[in-house]
Design a binder for this molecule. Structure first.
Ligand SMILES: NC(=O)c1ccc[n+]([C@@H]2O[C@H](COP(=O)([O-])OP(=O)(O)OC[C@H]3O[C@@H](n4cnc5c(N)ncnc54)[C@H](O)[C@@H]3O)[C@@H](O)[C@H]2O)c1
Ligand SMILES: N[C@@H](CCO)C(=O)O
Ligand code: NA
Length: 436
């Protein structure tokens, strides 16, 4: 039709995202053909159950349970099944046959990205995964292409919508952690296994991908330091607000110099304080945002929907159109870039400032004792506030803000505080991020 050649597109999986990709491919066929210069011909959709109910009405003859057969002969394979092993095998098979692959599978890319990128490079195929990080938000392509001539120094991301939703409810509506979690669950925001969201595993997968691309290196997912939001309390949220901060679950990728002079990368996920003036503080509900700091470009922010079937389908189709254009023009796909080969530095090498909440004995000399413990470990207090004196009788609550300190020094300080006779409890230690 219209003299366009056909490019054979095989779709693996027809769930929330896959069904929307199929619908858009069919509905927008003519326009996509005009944009690409070839017709994106959906040859089939691999499903587990031919008769399962779908979000979208799609021609039944497209469905097949034979994913392996479908992949054979495809020009572009779009993997939207999720899971690791079957997806990995099918993608490797597709790449080895020279097909381009588009996937939204963050777990797979975080675990096997380098292997898949190598397989793609061997045959000059394109492996694209814009939808794997922050759903609809263009962030992979900007990092890989638009910022390819710059030096990125730091990436701070709110890349998990469900935990952002939970923390935002606690902050804005005063919900308890349990209530906020229940609402998030009712709205279907959480993964089938909510631990993946709540304990930061999903964000860690995205941190791996962001750190690897931003710093042209390989950051294994196991090397990402990870804390989730299950320990965040209403008292911490309240204390943060009082001090002009908000608590966000951040995925951070940063170029750092270690104490011994080694340059490396830190990749970490934890709930952190950020100033209410920081652009990331305005990311509410289930939205995602990625804040990028680059030497020449300065500060950039990418904001939008990090999940949702049709929203995520937008990113998938963007990759699909890009892969299809390559087929029309010819030439190899853009290979992954890991030439910098940087080491991943442990959390102890990170320097940031901290907010420590303590319950102490309300006695003369206590402040001096605590100041002495901080000084002994090279941690300098920027502020000390006695917020309430209404805990157990004879105790006071202290909130200490520190100057920028090394995590290792801070950890030793917290251990010393816990062991001190004047401290009855260390109730909170939070890092403050987003500053200079
Ligand atoms: N839903 C989102 O908002 C979102 C956002 C970003 C990324 N992703 C990623 O996109 C991918 C798809 O997510 P989803 O939300 O559409 O999942 P989903 O569970 O709704 O759909 C996956 C579908 O694939 C099918 N499937 C699984 N294994 C199969 C196999 N071996 N053969 C054929 N079909 C198989 C399942 O039956 C299911 O229908 C995942 O990797 C997910 O992490 C999803
Ligand atoms: N569970 C993820 C889905 C998108 O990857 C989230 O909450 O953001
Ligand atoms: Na994205």
């Amino acid at each position: 039709m219209n003299g366009y050649r056909d490019l054979r597109v095989a779709l693996l999986g027809c769930g929330s995202v896959g069904a929307q990709v199929a619908r858009l491919l069919l509905e927008q066929g003519d326009e996509l053909a005009a944009r690409v210069g070839a017709r994106l011909h959906l040859t089939g959709i691999a499903v587990r159950d031919l008769d399962a109910p779908r979000d979208v009405d799609l021609p039944r003859e497209l469905f097949t349970t034979d994913a392996e057969q479908l992949v054979l002969g495809a020009d572009i394979v779009v993997e939207l099944m999720g899971g690791i092993e079957t997806a990995r095998e099918l993608i490797l098979r597709a790449l080895e046959s020279g097909a381009d692959v588009v996937t939204a599978n963050k777990a797979l890319i975080a675990e096997h990205g380098p292997e898949l990128a190598d397989a793609a490079e061997q045959v000059g195929a394109q492996l694209s995964y814009e939808a794997a990080v922050a759903g609809a938000i263009p962030i992979i392509r900007p990092l890989r292409e638009s910022l390819a001539g710059d030096h990125i120094t730091r990436v701070l991301g709110i890349v998990n919508g469900s935990t952002n939703y939970i923390l935002d409810r606690m902050d804005r509506f005063g919900d308890s952690a349990e209530d906020a979690m229940r609402v998030a669950s009712e709205l279907g925001y959480l993964e089938a296994d909510p631990t993946l969201d709540v304990e930061g595993y999903d964000a860690a997968q995205k941190a791996t991908i962001l750190a690897s691309i931003a710093f042209h290196t390989v950051v294994p997912v196991d090397a990402v330091y990870r804390e989730g939001i299950s320990g965040v309390t209403s008292a911490q949220i309240e204390a943060a607000r009082h001090a002009g901060y908000v608590i966000k679950l951040l995925a951070i990728a940063e170029r750092l110099t270690a104490a011994d002079g080694t340059t490396g990368v830190s990749a970490r996920v934890y709930p952190a304080l950020i100033s209410r003036d920081h652009p990331l503080a305005a990311v509410h509900g289930g939205k995602n945002a990625v804040f990028v700091e680059a030497e020449a470009a300065g500060e950039l922010m990418f904001y939008g929907a990090g999940a949702g079937g049709v929203e995520t389908a937008s990113a998938v189709l963007g990759d699909l159109v890009s892969a299809a254009r390559r087929h029309v023009i010819g030439g190899p796909g853009i290979p992954g870039s890991s030439h910098a080969d940087l080491c991943v530095l442990p959390i102890g090498e990170v320097s940031t400032s901290y907010q420590i909440m303590l319950e102490v004995r309300d006695l003369p000399g206590v402040l001096a004792e605590i100041a002495g413990l901080l000084a002994e470990h090279g941690v300098s207090a920027a502020s000390v506030e006695q917020t309430v004196a209404d805990g157990a009788e004879g105790t006071a609550t202290l909130v200490i803000g520190t100057h920028i300190s090394r995590e290792a020094d801070l950890a030793a300080t917290v251990d010393a505080l816990r062991g001190s006779a004047v401290v009855t409890a260390v109730t909170s230690v939070l890092r403050l991020e987003g500053g200079a």
